[in-house]
Design a protein around this ligand. Structure first.
Ligand code: NAI
Length: 387
């Protein structure tokens, strides 16, 4: 199924989704209202494919057949014979709703309509349509060809058959697929918030500097990147707005409160790698500080951040935003965590994060440290997330 895929929006995400779909044999239309975006997308894909030929990953015949199967156009009418349309346009509710309104009468009733939104409610986007049983969120991660995780976000009226079809299609594209409830940040963008937020809080309390906190998370947690180098990589503007949208979407849950430090960095233009400077300096003459390699301090930092991450994962399971397995898969396949957080909780014992949270709550009086009721209940009864 889904041999004809239309992707609306030829930007970073749309081009990546189109590349994956066409590589796995689909016929792909990629549509954008801006000719420049179409030209960029086309020349970028040609460049990527020619590099793959040079590296011997695909041959000339495959290069040609991939390009034969993909069609860049500004004409929306071309979506009419699609099996699935995935929208990856600007992140704005009204504009996305307008697009869904426009698409609905143009396609067959069996055509799946999907949004790649990362922060809007899929239900709200779908609300403007008459036929909602084929609308869902399909949330890819950037860069799409490299990131294995895809979060599917079903709407309440979604026909289960379409969910299963899409799951099978995405698995056929080599993706790890999880299902998430239509809640702010879905799984990854919500559960990962403390990685940044608690690291910023530790810095704000004067416990350690950026380099030391990064070192602690890599040295004792096995994370590939420390929180500050990762925020610099993502961009402080993007990372701040992801936090703010989860905070706003959860009725200002104190756990997700945006950091004043990060806002200041953003407002002053210290966005990270893309602006040459964030928490670290990326210029040629950069003289970034070395971490303070103090084992006791490092372990303290690591266990504090990990406890907050485990609490967010336990809370996601408690709601439930997703199943235990999907929460763990999302964090390993979506953000390369060395271990699923619920599995990690079992390994260190649930009383470890619980005691840490209780200590932090007593010391600070800040409700961001309130333990998830599920974590508390399970720790008290000596249970584990995995049997
Ligand atoms: P982008 O800015 O690179 O691309 C958006 C494209 O949509 C542009 O080429 C623009 O010309 C086009 N566009 C805007 N309005 C349009 C319309 N009405 N009709 C047709 N084309 C239109 O944005 P990006 O980063 O690719 O994001 C797209 C969507 O994917 C957003 O909803 C975003 O939240 C989501 N997303 C982004 C991720 C990221 O890391 N960049 C990760 C996961 C989801």
């Amino acid at each position: 199924m889904n041999t004809i895929i239309s992707v609306i929006g030829a930007g970073t995400m749309g081009s990546g989704i189109a590349q994956v779909a066409v590589t796995y044999g689909c016929q792909v239309n990629i549509i954008d209202s801006f000719p420049e975006a179409l030209e960029n997308s086309q020349s970028k894909l040609k460049y990527i494919l020619s590099r793959l030929v040079e590296k011997g990953k695909i041959n000339n015949e495959q290069f040609k057949s991939i390009l034969d199967r993909i069609h860049w156009t500004a004409n929306m009418d071309e979506i009419s014979n699609s099996n699935m349309v995935i929208e990856a346009i600007v992140e704005n509710l009204e504009i996305k709703q307008d697009l869904f309104l426009q698409m609905e009468p143009m396609v067959s009733d069996e055509c799946i309509l999907a949004t790649n939104t990362s922060s809007l409610s899929v239900e709200k986007i779908a609300s403007v349509c008459k036929l909602k049983n084929r609308i869902m969120g399909i949330h890819f991660f950037n860069p799409v060809p490299l990131m294995k995780l895809v979060e599917i976000v079903p709407t309440k009226e979604l026909n289960k058959k379409y969910l299963l079809d899409v799951e099978a299609t995405l698995k056929g594209w080599g993706k790890s697929v999880v299902t998430a409830k239509d809640t702010p940040g879905f799984i990854v963008n919500r559960v990962a918030r403390p990685y940044y937020g608690e690291a910023l809080r530790i810095y704000e309390e004067g416990i350690a500097d950026f380099a030391t906190i990064d070192w602690a998370m890599k040295e004792f947690g096995g994370f590939r990147m420390g929180p500050f180098e990762l925020m610099d990589y993502i961009g402080n503007d993007i990372n701040y707005s992801a936090t703010k949208s989860v905070y706003d979407g959860t009725n200002h849950d104190p756990r997700y409160k945006p950091s004043a430090t990060q806002k200041k960095m953003m407002d002053e233009g210290f966005l990270g790698r893309k602006s040459g400077r964030g928490y670290f300096d990326y210029s040629d003459s950069a003289d970034n500080p070395e971490p303070k390699r103090d084992e006791k301090l490092g372990k303290k930092i690591f266990i504090r951040v990990l406890s907050m991450l485990i609490n967010a994962a336990a809370d996601a399971l408690n709601e439930p935003i997703a199943t235990r397995d999907d929460i763990d898969t999302a964090m390993t396949a979506g953000v390369n965590y060395p271990k699923g957080l619920l599995k990690w909780a079992d390994d260190i014992g649930l009383n470890t994060p619980l005691a840490q949270l209780k200590d932090l709550h007593t010391q600070s009086g800040d409700d961001r440290y309130i333990a998830s009721p599920l974590l508390e209940k399970m720790a008290v009864s000596n249970s584990t997330f995995y049997a």
